[in-house]
Design a protein around this ligand. Sequence first.
Ligand SMILES: NC(=O)c1ccc[n+]([C@@H]2O[C@H](COP(=O)([O-])OP(=O)(O)OC[C@H]3O[C@@H](n4cnc5c(N)ncnc54)[C@H](O)[C@@H]3O)[C@@H](O)[C@H]2O)c1
Length: 326
Amino acid sequence: MKVLITGGAGFLGQRLARKLLELGALTLEGRRQPITHIDLLDVVRNDSLDDPRVHCLTGDIADVQVLGQALDRDTAVVFHLAAVVSGQAEADFDLGMRINLDASRSLLESCRALGHGPRVVFTSSVAVYGGRLPDSVRDDTALNPQSSYGTQKAIAELLLADYTRRGFVDGRVLRLPTISVRPGRPNAAASSFASGIIREPLGGEAANCPVAADTRLWLLSPRRAVEALVAGCELDASAVADRRPINLPGISVSAGEMVQALREVAGDAVADRVSWQPDERIARIVGSWPGRWDCARAERLGLQGDGDFAAIVRAYIADDLECTKP
Ligand SMILES: NC(=O)c1ccc[n+]([C@@H]2O[C@H](COP(=O)([O-])OP(=O)(O)OC[C@H]3O[C@@H](n4cnc5c(N)ncnc54)[C@H](O)[C@@H]3O)[C@@H](O)[C@H]2O)c1
């Protein structure tokens, strides 16, 4: 079986590819199917995976010819992760529309043209919600995005649902909480600080928190996020027939509680590297995202979140920080 990962050189794309290689197979509609081929499509080349099953395709997902090369009649599963992140989509309206929306529609059209209804797992975001929200947000809470990125994700979700209803694809929408702690450098996502305020102090650097200490975030560790992508893909179609989007089970933590967890795990000297200078633009975007969630449906479907934020910090130290030490 062939699997395509769009955004395959990205943070989650690389980790997902590694996880699929390790698993060696996916269970689809009760049948375990060996993964013989993983295509990683990205504008950036990813040579980090040395495995004969992995094939890198460097190209723009908005180019239909590139999509034509990336998909064929053996493609059974598409993980659609390629995107420009929230801050970038807000700063460059045309780019966000082209990659997050137009390319998503083109990808669905290309999948439709295959004729065999491949399974498509789409990574959406909590940014589809906003405005006046109920105390607890559920999968069926009305979408009301307050950013171009959230709008593009919301439209792509609806398209995936309709292409599924038509039988062109078998779609799954996983709404990801903010992934933290993300290794590497800061990126253009409005939520980038949610990793930076932990990662940078642990790496000996100062970090600024641009939102108020009581701003609540909805977080999931990279490890759990990748497990959820696989589990979401493997769900029987009947389990999501009524509603394709699933809010993944994150944990609700305030920025202040995050730094407090860092203090508990790594001590005062590390936590004191965090400063609190507000950034109006980031605070507005992040403040429009809900902080409390009802994830009963995800849990019923067997998708798992993390224990608490201190556990996420410890997992980052074990999985990423320790491995990068010389
Ligand atoms: N990480 C998070 O906190 C988070 C939260 C919610 C949703 N998501 C969603 O999950 C997905 C993966 O996120 P990530 O953190 O791995 O992001 P990432 O930025 O690390 O990866 C996205 C990848 O898409 C690629 N890409 C961008 N434009 C492209 C184009 N025109 N053609 C081909 N590839 C292109 C980028 O080069 C990048 O490698 C995205 O869809 C994102 O919106 C992530």
